[in-house]
Design a protein around this ligand. Structure first.
Ligand SMILES: CC(C)(COP(=O)(O)OP(=O)(O)OC[C@H]1O[C@@H](n2cnc3c(N)ncnc32)[C@H](O)[C@@H]1OP(=O)(O)O)[C@@H](O)C(=O)NCCC(=O)NCCS
Length: 167
């Protein structure tokens, strides 16, 4: 299934989102190195572009300031990357991107979205909770840390309203 994403979207604050393009990669790799301890390399994004993952970027004045990577699986999806450039954080862009990604998930028939997040990343956890994700488990020593140790991850899940209520 080709899940190349969505048409351009404009949110009330005027942020614009459109599908990622290969030409965006230099800006994306810069943000990736700025905000992640273990940044994705170019090949990971090229693979995501060719496998048809949902890859929205958020633009401000035509500059990429954030992006996400959503892998659509059968009836569920996995949020693999969500990044906002440091100077644009805390302005609602993360919320806008997650809302865009959840709409895409539903469009492709995925009623559940899963993700992993560092135990220490309370900012991202707060965003995900705000968007309706719940913690459903943990993964031991999932992430590498700058001091050489390992950190646990929380596994979080978002479900379409009504999905799983009977469980
Ligand atoms: C996590 C991240 C995507 C949030 O994006 P953002 O654009 O800054 O988030 P928003 O401005 O949309 O904030 C939405 C909510 O997230 C939470 N939040 C975001 N940043 C926060 C911070 N620094 N401190 C506390 N809460 C925070 C708040 O609940 C906020 O809602 P509020 O503004 O009403 O309080 C961004 O900080 C980022 O790219 N971090 C580095 C990469 C990363 O950790 N990605 C997630 C990996 S799982």
């Amino acid at each position: 299934m080709k899940a190349a994403g969505h048409d351009a979207t404009v949110c009330p604050q005027g942020f614009v989102s459109r599908p990622m393009e290969k030409n965006d990669l230099p800006q994306i790799l810069e943000i990736e190195r700025e905000v992640h301890f273990t940044p994705w390399g170019e090949q990971a994004f090229l693979d995501a572009l060719t496998t048809g993952d949902v890859l929205p970027v958020v633009l401000v004045a035509e500059e990429v300031v954030g992006y996400g990577v959503l892998k659509i699986l059968w009836r569920e999806a996995e949020l693999l990357n969500l990044s906002i450039a440091k100077s644009w954080q805390r302005q609602g862009l993360g919320r806008f991107l997650v809302a865009t990604l959840l709409q895409s998930a539903l469009r492709y028939g995925a009623a559940q979205v899963f993700l992993e997040v560092r135990e220490s990343n309370t900012e991202a956890q707060a965003l995900y909770r705000q968007m309706g994700f719940d913690i459903i488990g943990s993964r031991k020593a999932y992430y590498a840390c700058p001091d050489g140790s390992r950190e646990d991850a929380w596994l979080m899940r978002w479900q379409e309203k009504g999905c799983g209520d009977a469980a």
